[in-house]
Design a binder for this molecule. Structure first.
Ligand SMILES: Nc1ncnc2c1ncn2[C@@H]1O[C@H](COP(=O)(O)OP(=O)(O)OP(=O)(O)O)[C@@H](O)[C@H]1O
Ligand SMILES: O=P(O)(O)OC[C@H]1O[C@](O)(CO)[C@@H](O)[C@@H]1O
Ligand SMILES: [Mg+2]
Length: 343
């Protein structure tokens, strides 16, 4: 059995650990061969690949990024894409099956390809943690840990200057990173895409905190839409795919707070720092187990499925089930965090 591995969508810490564990488990347990497909679906279209013998994956569990590269190439819409071309290329490369490691976009493409007759399995990744069908995606824990560390730092400088500090974190459609890092750092307000909090409410929390002698910390997810607005702020234009490049909401919230409360405020955008560097121990273990689980799925011929974490166990779910809408922050989780906002 010769298996192609690809990473697609935004990178995240843990991708290399999946590649390593899939290769080691596949070689040691089943005597499989592995091929790395470069730059996501693009590599399958271009037949741009690398061999993945055991020595290439040595020491990878603790490294950030992906040795295969990634892209947001659409497997159907890109020039040279489509199931027939991809099947042809797989046959030219001698590939029997694929492991697609990606977020909800990548796995939606994988599901379509599976429905069109391509034998593949999925591994859920993304710092956003927005995939249903798994308790956690890898990358999320690392992003939360980086954001929490940054917020602890913002709090000490904020306290020195009696300022309101605003931290913008990633989270295009969902506010998991904001919720968890904000809660971990003791934020006085957390603004997420799922909840259209009015700025009057945010300013009331900020004033209450300031009046009791503390420096307010406000955490805002990049996809937050303030009441009265229709779309998230996207001041950096659009990507090649036409998708808006989010960002700018942190600065907008900061200016609004300063104007409405008179409390001196500063904004920090964490950006891609949240996606860089080494994975946490939790993400290394999750990625390692996911990589092994994906190879087991292929060995069992269970195509069209992905590995998933349920509680402490690695299980398997249908891609269709995992892609049935995004995993948003439920209202009760937001209400729980809100108890500690403001006063
Ligand atoms: N329904 C779909 N069918 C086929 N391809 C898709 C579909 N949706 C998205 N894609 C392709 O998959 C690519 C990767 O998806 P996306 O950019 O959403 O990242 P992701 O895999 O969700 O990971 P992350 O959210 O962590 O960046 C998209 O840029 C797009 O080209
Ligand atoms: O790396 P890019 O293409 O700027 O994408 C940024 C997006 O990727 C993510 O990190 C993961 O989907 C989002 O949170 C963010 O909006
Ligand atoms: Mg995604």
């Amino acid at each position: 059995m010769r298996i192609g591995l690809l990473t697609s969508g935004g990178d995240c810490p843990g991708l290399n650990a999946v590649i390593r564990s899939a290769v080691l488990h596949g070689i040691k347990t089943y005597d499989y061969e592995f091929v790395g497909i470069r730059n996501g679906w693009q590599g399958l279209i271009d037949r741009n690949v690398m061999d993945l013998p055991r020595q290439v994956v040595r020491g990878l569990a603790r490294t950030g990024g992906t040795i295969l590269g990634t892209s947001r190439t659409h497997p159907y819409d890109a020039e040279g894409g489509g199931p027939d071309n991809i099947k042809h290329n797989m046959s030219q490369l001698g590939l029997d099956a694929l492991v697609a490691i990606g977020g909800e976009g990548t796995l939606a493409g994988a599901k379509r390809l599976y429905d069109d007759g391509i034998p593949l399995v999925g591994v859920p990744k993304t710092i956003d943690n927005d995939l249903r069908g798994t308790d956690y995606t890898f990358g999320f824990d690392t992003a939360v840990s980086i954001a929490t560390d940054a917020m602890d730092r913002l709090r000490t400088t904020g306290e020195s200057h009696h300022r309101c500090m605003v931290a913008e974190v990633m989270g295009r459609h969902v506010g998991w990173i904001a919720l968890h890092s904000g809660m971990a750092a003791g934020a006085h307000a957390i603004l997420i895409p799922e909840v259209r909090t009015p700025m009057e409410q945010v300013c009331q929390w900020v004033k209450q905190v300031h009046e009791r002698g503390r420096s307010p910390l406000v955490v805002v997810a990049e996809g937050f839409i303030p009441e009265g607005h229709d779309d998230p702020l996207a001041e950096a234009g659009v990507e090649a795919s036409g998708r808006p490049r989010l960002g700018g909401i942190g600065e907008w919230v900061t200016r609004t707070i300063e104007d409405m409360t008179g409390v001196e405020s500063r904004s920090t955008v964490l950006g891609h720092i949240q996606r860089g560097g080494a994975p946490t121990g939790f993400d290394r273990v999750l990625s390692t187990r996911f990589g092994m689980g994906a190879v087991d799925l292929i060995h069992a011929g269970r195509y069209g499925r992905m590995v998933s974490l349920k509680g402490t166990e690695i299980v398997q779910v249908d891609l269709a089930e995992a892609l049935d809408g995004l995993k948003e922050v439920p209202a009760h989780r937001y209400e729980e965090a809100k108890v500690l906002f403001g006063r």
